[in-house]
Ligand binder design. Structure first.
Ligand code: CTP
Length: 210
């Protein structure tokens, strides 16, 4: 039987009013490259995607969502049956506390928007991880890359984390290349130097399947 993998990709959008939202610069390219690499490696792939400007990946089960809450529902509902889960999505950590109905009209002076935390989906997956499942996160960092990534690996009960210095040229959001360091729960440290996101994705899959 084919191994089942779920990959999340892209940003989430957290609604503020009828026409505005809170989001981030994630393009979805790394997650989509992982989905294609997993398909090419012979896995049954589910790709849970936030709003991106990419063509859908052929031969995978696409699930399109907008908000962190929708991503949580789509991912957690499918998680128990998965052999591997890679959370490559840039899930918003905060959402506006209230969604204003209609379009907010401007008024004189400042406004203050209260933001509340979204669910940490990866942490929830780690807390409920079935035996044998491989759970993988991405750590998007602009400082203390490996220490922060190692902290997330332990805190979220992951098997691997891809430490991604998103402040480095050619790495991270929106570009076609990336460089990551894979940290494993057994102390493994695997450097994947600057390459196309497709090449990085194929190497990550190789490590997870070896
Ligand atoms: N993640 C998640 N749910 C969230 C936030 C993050 O599942 N609400 C996942 C991401 O998909 C990624 C990992 O957690 O795989 C790390 O995300 P990152 O943004 O680097 O870190 P955070 O956990 O949000 O921590 P911090 O903001 O402190 O860096």
């Amino acid at each position: 039987m084919k191994k089942k993998i779920l990959i999340s990709a892209g940003p989430t959008r957290e609604k503020f009013d009828a026409v505005r939202f809170w989001s981030n610069r994630s393009s979805g390219k790394m997650g989509y490259a992982l989905a294609a690499a997993a398909r090419d490696a012979g896995l049954e792939v589910t790709l849970v995607s936030g709003p991106v400007a990419l063509e859908p990946v052929s031969g995978v089960n696409m699930v399109c969502i907008e908000s962190a809450a929708e991503m949580a529902e789509a991912v957690k509902g499918r998680a128990p049956e998965m052999d591997i889960i890679i959370m490559a999505a840039a899930v918003a950590d905060y959402r506006p506390a209230e969604v204003i109905s209609g379009k907010l009209k401007k008024l004189p002076g400042e406004i203050c928007v209260k933001m509340v935390r979204t669910e940490d989906i990866l942490a929830s997956l780690g807390a409920a991880k079935p035996a044998g499942q491989i759970l993988v996160g991405f750590a998007a960092e602009t400082s203390d890359l490996l220490a922060n990534a190692a902290g997330k690996l332990a805190r979220k009960n992951l098997d691997w984390i891809a430490a991604n210095d998103v402040s480095r040229a050619g790495c991270g959001f929106a570009v076609d290349t990336n460089a990551v360091t894979l940290l494993g729960r057994g102390g493994e440290k695997i450097e994947l130097p600057l390459a196309s996101k497709s090449e990085i994705a194929a190497k990550i899959l190789q490590v997870l399947l070896s």
